[in-house]
Structures are given as C-alpha cells and as structure tokens.
Write a protein that binds this ligand. Structure first.
Ligand SMILES: Nc1nc2c(c(=O)[nH]1)N[C@H]1C(S)=C(S)[C@@H](COP(=O)(O)O)O[C@H]1N2
Ligand SMILES: [Mo]
Length: 372
C-alpha cells in the first residue's frame, strides 16, 4: 500500500553546501515575488503583488455560486452569497502583506521551503465587509475563543491531508483597529484568482498566512484551534520538537528600490558616480514605522533617511528616500526600519527552523565604475 505520507516531504534544513533543489524551484516558479522596482508604487499594480499558495488555485467560474458559511459557537448561523456580501457598506483599507517566510533563502543553514529572497511583499487597497459586522450578525456566544477560517483549496503537507485553515483569536477577529476584512475586491476590481477569488480574509498587520484566500467558511470555536497551519506550521522553533511561538504580526522591515541598472544574470547593480537618489519602503505590523536609516558601508555607519508621511494609511508601507553620492568602487547599501515599539532590524540573521518572521537587514551590493 502507498500512503499519503510517502509522497509528502518532511520539514528539513538544507545541508551547508546544498543548493536550491528542484522541489524549491517548483515552488519558486508558482509563487512569485514583487519585482523590487515595484516598491516605487504606493499601491502595487496588478500582477506585481507577490503570490503564495500552498496547494492549487481553485477554479471559480462563477462568483455568483460562491457561498460563505458562518457557524459554530454562534446564535444564528449564516449562509451568504456574493450579492449579499456586497450589499453591506463597503470598507476599503490599504494593507501591506508580507509572507512570514520572506528572506528564508538567505538564511544559513537554509530551511527548505518556498525560497524567498526578500521580495514576498505587496500593498493593495482591499475592499470588503468588516468581519466584526458579520460576526455580530451571527451572534458570537459566550465562551468563544477562536474564529477558524477555511479556504476552498485542499492538499497534503508533511503527510497531513487538509483544507487550508487558519484561526484568529476572537479578540483580533472582532477588533476595530485594525479591522479584519472579508474582502471581495483588490485595487477596485474583483479579486484575481491567485489572490483568492472571489473572497479572502485580510488581517492588517499580520503576516500573510493569516489572510485566508478562497474563504468559504468561518467557524467560531469554544476551544483553541489546533489545525496544522496553527500548531505544526507557522511556529518559531530552534528544535523540531519544541512547541514554538506562533507567527503573528509583521516585524519591521525596510527594502530599497534596487538603484541604477542590473546585470541580467547576477542582478548586480551598476550606478554612475555622482548623485544617486536611493528610495524604498518601510513597514511594521506591530507599531507605526518611526525611522529609516541607510548605510552605504555594509552596516558600519548609518544615517537617517527621509520618511514620507503623513501616515494616513497605518497598515501600508511608507516611502523613504536618501541622497547618496556614489564614488567609484564596490559598495554595499543597506536600509533598516524602526517602529514605535522600538523594534528594529538585526544585522545578524534571526534564524529559526522554518525561516519565519526573519527581518534581517537587506544588503544591496552596488558597483560604481570610473566615469568614462
Ligand atoms: N486558502 C489559502 N489562503 C492562503 C494561503 C493558501 O495557501 N491557501 N497562503 C497564505 C500565505 S502563506 C500567504 S503569504 C498569503 C499570500 O497572499 P497573496 O498570494 O494574495 O499575496 O496567502 C495566505 N492565504
Ligand atoms: Mo506565507
């Protein structure tokens, strides 16, 4: 007999000299990052936003047939079609979403999974119904602790067959700052298939795994949810048998628009000597970003960048810029963000077995040739 576990890869960390494997490549060709030049846009243009999907993108021919069920520990279970959902007063929030695994492939040793460098991020205007409105209508009963969200996608992961499911603590699900959305539009248009058509959760400030796509059911639970994506995956562990801390909100991070122009294969950057305007974005899901600093000497010395505001969109990235005078030679540029809770980015890798919530400072090698 063949068992489902036999076709499913266990979690592992790469050997010291092991390159990216075919399994990681097959994930990398399906799940794409934000081309970093896309950091220039306040709102990421369609198709440039990063994508991550554990299993297959469900085929939804007709939004009209979609139903969202809300049940469990509630007084009035609901069954809502798309027209009903669209009849609630819509709320639009600009939200930066980052994958919890962003930066994983730069860790050493490398956790074997979707091999992100630093580009698993994007910002969109998400429109939908506040989750708390729907939960109020269903009437959450006393004693509820979690809201469990189920997507329509199905797969097997480390031997466990499952629908993609994640839970939020009830107080986060009912919160109004940030307000969780059951979203049906991205940048003013229906959700594209890869971003959850026709319905997804948007949880401002939280890493990507919380934003359940192809949302078909919400079950209010009076016991903590113990599903795979909650208690096995998305935990910060040094050792495989640890319980580990759950991955929740996005740690502060700044990224730079790659300056100058690239070499096709190496992506090395080339800039001309003289004035170079460095720019990028910074965000944190924990507290507002209060400062961005830039280093042009690989993290030895730092100078304050100009952080643009006012911060109207609390849950979206902010633009920063910095004027640099490039001199001939090799340089390593870095940027780092600090938030109002004092959280900042480390120069040494914050390693854990699955490579989650790693906000190591980005290093951008730049070559500046002599003037012709
Ligand atoms: N149903 C479902 N929702 C999901 C996922 C998934 O595999 N299935 N992946 C999650 C993860 S890990 C991330 S990082 C985000 C990515 O959202 P995006 O593809 O819209 O950028 O979706 C989340 N929601
Ligand atoms: Mo993710």
């Amino acid at each position: 007999m063949v068992h489902i576990e036999d076709i499913s890869t266990p979690a592992r960390v790469a050997e010291p000299e092991e390159g990216i494997g075919r399994d990681e490549l097959s994930l990398a060709t399906r799940n794409h990052g934000l081309p970093l030049e896309g950091l220039r846009y306040d709102v990421t243009p369609p198709g440039m936003h990063y994508v991550l999907t554990h299993y297959d993108i469900p085929y939804v021919a007709e939004d009209a047939a979609w139903e969202l069920t809300i049940g469990g520990h509630v007084d009035r279970p609901l069954r809502l079609g798309m027209d009903e959902l669209r009849s609630y007063p819509p709320v639009t929030t600009r939200v930066t979403i980052e994958c919890a695994g962003n930066g994983r492939a730069l860790l050493s040793p490398r956790p074997v999974s979707q091999p992100w460098l630093v580009e698993a991020v994007g910002t969109a205007d998400w429109t939908g119904v506040p989750l708390r409105t729907l939960l109020a209508e269903a009437g959450v009963r006393d004693g509820a602790v979690d809201a469990v969200f189920t997507g329509a996608d199905h797969g097997v992961e480390r031997g466990v067959e499952q629908d993609y499911q994640r839970a939020l603590p009830l107080e986060a699900a009912l919160g109004d700052d940030p307000e969780v959305l059951v979203a049906y539009a991205m940048n003013g248009a229906p959700l594209p298939p890869q971003h959850g058509r026709p319905l997804r959760l948007v949880v401002p400030g939280w890493y990507g795994m919380a934003h359940v796509k192809w949302l078909r059911d919400i079950t209010v639970a009076d016991q903590p949810f113990t599903g795979f994506q909650q208690t096995v995956s998305y935990r910060i562990r040094q050792e495989p048998d640890e319980q580990g801390a759950p991955v929740t909100r996005i740690a502060p991070r700044a990224l730079m628009v790659p300056p100058g122009f690239p070499d096709f294969m190496s992506r090395s950057r080339v800039v001309r000597p003289g004035e170079v305007k460095l720019e990028g974005r910074a965000w944190s899901g924990r507290a507002p970003v209060t400062a961005v600093e830039v280093s042009t000497d690989d993290g030895r010395t730092w100078d304050a960048a100009d952080l643009e505001g006012p911060d109207r969109h609390r849950w979206a990235w902010r633009r920063w810029h910095f004027d640099w005078t490039a001199t001939p030679g090799q340089h390593v540029l870095c940027a780092r963000a600090t938030d109002a809770e004092g959280g900042t980015q480390p120069l040494d890798q914050p390693w854990n077995r699955a490579g989650f919530a790693n906000n190591l400072v980005q290093r951008v090698p730049v070559f500046c040739p002599q003037s012709p």
